[in-house]
Structure formats: structure tokens, C-alpha cells
Design a protein around this ligand. Structure first.
Ligand code: ATP
Ligand code: MG
Length: 392
């Protein structure tokens, strides 16, 4: 019964599998990332003789860092299992979990879904993790995605703690391998001690996709998500052309998804270039919807407050103080506790780092209230409605 309803709710004459257009979907093959996957695999050879590896994956937005890492780790876990080795793979998004304690909590819930979310110190949690790994005789493959959010405050010791994890009682090697992912170079954010466990040569750089590479990626997605012959070849060409300006696969997939939605709404049998153009008018290169889903609730509330201010006053810039007032009201609307000033400023920093806003000093020199915020590539009204949808 449930599946009849589900089919009806999600079926369409053109889209075969909506899930394949999801933000966290990882396709069975990753075109144009084979070389990088090979490089990763060769770096991880030592893991099979219990020598942990630490790697940094770096590249601009939408270049496949997250997708490639998930693909690699899932494969590695399976291959290890065939060899009788247990690898525990945990993928943490540091934009969502931006302190050592929150990251550790995320790791521990992997081992014990009911692990209490407060009451343990970082040191205690490290010990509990050590126990889990010893008991299961397993190694941890930890991915710290968008790791700049964790490192930027300069308070994180986690990388150091985890990469020097082997305690004196066990004679085995370090059971924790860390893969850091970031858009920018994070070596500058690591202190000497942590840095010494990361070899700079263990960096994999992903470049922006070219137009033709994007074409292949879109074509693959069309095959996975759409019924045969429902997306005209020209539409794929056009998406690749538009997205090539950014080299961003996520943006191209959102264009495809939106174009599909348009065609669906119009009850036509094919996605044609006009649908792509309509999709383009509603899809923004920096503020992609899938990127928004990676923000925490309060970052979303802060961003919504910015959109509200800019829309209401129809201005180019909103100042931090005004936005904070709107944030307090917005929190009330959504029945969330208002966070204090310092934490609020931190949220702004987070959304700035994630690329959603631009911040510049207002020149007034009042500390804290002295910043001007603007939106880079999206109308405030559009952002507001996207956020309101996400927050309900
Ligand atoms: N080579 C590829 N083949 C197929 N799909 C891809 C490829 N590279 C990226 N994608 C898809 O594009 C989207 C964006 O990729 P991903 O999330 O890995 O980017 P990212 O580099 O992590 O970006 P960000 O820095 O914004 O986190 C995902 O939906 C992913 O599945
Ligand atoms: Mg990513």
C-alpha cells in the first residue's frame, strides 16, 4: 500500500529516480576522477598493514571532493572486509559539527546510536573511542569534511589527538586515519604538532571541471535519473555551457534537476533548452540549495535574518546589529533559543566562509556592529523563500 502512494507521490513521466538527483547521492562511477581515486588508493596501501594514513583533499566548490571521498571510503571498507579487516568509516561535516566535542560525539554515535549527547569531556570521549576500536579490533577511517570550519578558531586539538592515538598499552600502530577535505589550504591553520603528522605530499588537488567533463557528468546523471529520451541532447549541452563558467558539478546537477521539474510541471515529455533557461533563472551558482542543506539550524536562521533585512529595506547592505535583532525575532518564530552575541557573530563567520554572504567593515569603527553584509548572487526574496521552505 505504502509503495503505491509513494510511487504516485514521486513518479513522473520523465524522472525515473529522483533520489539520483539528491545532494548526497554518490553514483556508481565518477567520471573524470579516476586518476585521483587511483592516487588515493595508492596512498592507503599501508592501511592494510595497520599503518594509518593522513590525507588532505583540496579543491574549489563542486569539484567532487565529498563525492569522491565517500566513493573511495565505501569501496575501501568493502575491500578490507573481504580481507577480514574491519574498517569503521565515519564522515563528519565540520560545518555542522564545528568543535572537537561535537565531532567526537558524531564519531561515537557511529559506534553507539544512543550515546548521550552531553556529559562527557573530550578526553573521556577519546578514551571511549579508543575502547571501541580495541574491542572491535578495528581501524577508524575518519573524514573531516569542510574541515576549515573546525580549524579556523585555532582551538582544535583533535587532529593531533587522533593522529597520535596509539596509547602506550597497545603495541599496535595508530588505529585512526584522517582524511581532511577543504576548499582552501588548511595547513596554515594546523599547529606544528598536528602538521608534523600530515605530509604535505599527501594532498590531492581537484581542479574545476571543464565544460566537456561537466557534459559527461550531466549525461551520466540523465541516464541515472531520467527515463530514456526525456532529456534532449541540446539541453545537456546548454547545461554544460552554463556551468562551465564555474566548473562546479553541483551547480550543473541542480540545473538539470530544476529543468526536469519545469518540464514535469508543464506535463511535457521532454526537457528542452527553454526549461534549462528557466532553471538557470532560478538557480544560483553560489547559493545552491544542496549547499544550504549543509548548514546548521542557527546558521540558516542567521542567513534568513539577513535575507529578511535586505528584502524589507531594499538595500544593498545590512549591518550586523540590525541583523542580530531580526535574528532574535526569527528564533522566536521558529521556537529556537536565541544564541548570544559572540555565538551569533560566529554563525555569520561560518556562512561567510561557506560563501553565502560577503562581509565588509562599515567603517564606523564600532566593534561588533561595524560590519556590512551583502548577498553575492541571489535575490533576497528568493533566498528567503528557499530558507523558509528548508526550515519548516
Ligand atoms: N566526477 C563526478 N561524477 C559524477 N558526479 C559528480 C562528480 N563530481 C561531483 N559530482 C556530483 O556533483 C555534486 C557536487 O560534488 P561534491 O559534493 O563532491 O562537491 P565538493 O567538492 O564536495 O563541493 P564543496 O566544496 O561545495 O563541498 C554531487 O552531487 C556529486 O555527486
Ligand atoms: Mg563537499
Amino acid at each position: 500500500m505504502g509503495s503505491i502512494i509513494e510511487d504516485e507521490l514521486f513518479s513522473s513521466s520523465i524522472i525515473k529516480d529522483l533520489h539520483a538527483l539528491d545532494f548526497d547521492y554518490v553514483p556508481g562511477e565518477l567520471p573524470h576522477r579516476t586518476e585521483q581515486l587511483k592516487k588515493l588508493a595508492s596512498m592507503f596501501k599501508p592501511v592494510f598493514v595497520n599503518i594509518a594514513q593522513n590525507v588532505l583533499i583540496q579543491g574549489p566548490v563542486g569539484t567532487g571532493k565529498t563525492a569522491m571521498t565517500k566513493y573511495f571510503c565505501q569501496s575501501l571498507v568493502q575491500i578490507a572486509r573481504k580481507q577480514g579487516k574491519v574498517l569503521e568509516y565515519v564522515h563528519i561535516n565540520c560545518r555542522k559539527r564545528s568543535t572537537d566535542a561535537m565531532v567526537l560525539l558524531g564519531i561515537l554515535t557511529h559506534f553507539d546510536a544512543r550515546f548521550p549527547d552531553r556529559g562527557f569531556s573530550v578526553q573521556e570521549m577519546l578514551q571511549i573511542l579508543r575502547n571501541h576500536l580495541q574491542r572491535k579490533e578495528s581501524q577508524l577511517l575518519l573524514v573531516l569534511d569542510e574541515v576549515d570550519a573546525l580549524l579556523r578558531k585555532g582551538k582544535s586539538n583533535l587532529i593531533y589527538d587522533l593522529t597520535r592515538f596509539n596509547d602506550e598499552t597497545t603495541k599496535t600502530g595508530n588505529p585512526v586515519s584522517v582524511i581532511m577535505i577543504s576548499q582552501k589550504d588548511v595547513f596554515t591553520d594546523l599547529d606544528e604538532a598536528a602538521l608534523s603528522t600530515f605530509k604535505r605530499s599527501n594532498t590531492i588537488i581537484l581542479e574545476k571541471y571543464t565544460r566537456d567533463q561537466l557534459f559527461d557528468i550531466i549525461q551520466q546523471r540523465v541516464r541515472l535519473a531520467f527515463h530514456t529520451n526525456t532529456v534532449r541532447g541540446e539541453s545537456i549541452e546548454l547545461i554544460a555551457d552554463i556551468a562551465s563558467e564555474y566548473g562546479d558539478a553541483r551547480f550543473s546537477i541542480e540545473l538539470l534537476w530544476k529543468a526536469g521539474m519545469y518540464a514535469d510541471e508543464k506535463h511535457v515529455k521532454q526537457v528542452v533548452p527553454e526549461h534549462v533557461r528557466a532553471a538557470k533563472a532560478e538557480t544560483y551558482s553560489i547559493v545552491t540549495e544542496t549547499k544550504l542543506k549543509n548548514l546548521g539550524k542557527h546558521q540558516l536562521l542567521a542567513l534568513l535574518s539577513i535575507a529578511k533585512r535586505l528584502q524589507k529595506e531594499d538595500t544593498a547592505y545590512a549591518n550586523t546589529g540590525d541583523v542580530e535583532k531580526t535574528y532574535a525575532i526569527t528564533c522566536e518564530e521558529y521556537a529556537e533559543d536565541v544564541r548570544g552575541h559572540t555565538i551569533f557573530l560566529d554563525y555569520l563567520k561560518e556562512i561567510e566562509l561557506a560563501g553565502f554572504i560577503r562581509v565588509k567593515p562599515s567603517g564606523k569603527g564600532q566593534v561588533g556592529n561595524s560590519q556590512f553584509i551583502s548577498l553575492p548572487d541571489i535575490p533576497a526574496e528568493v533566498l528567503r523563500s528557499k530558507l523558509e521552505e528548508l526550515l519548516t
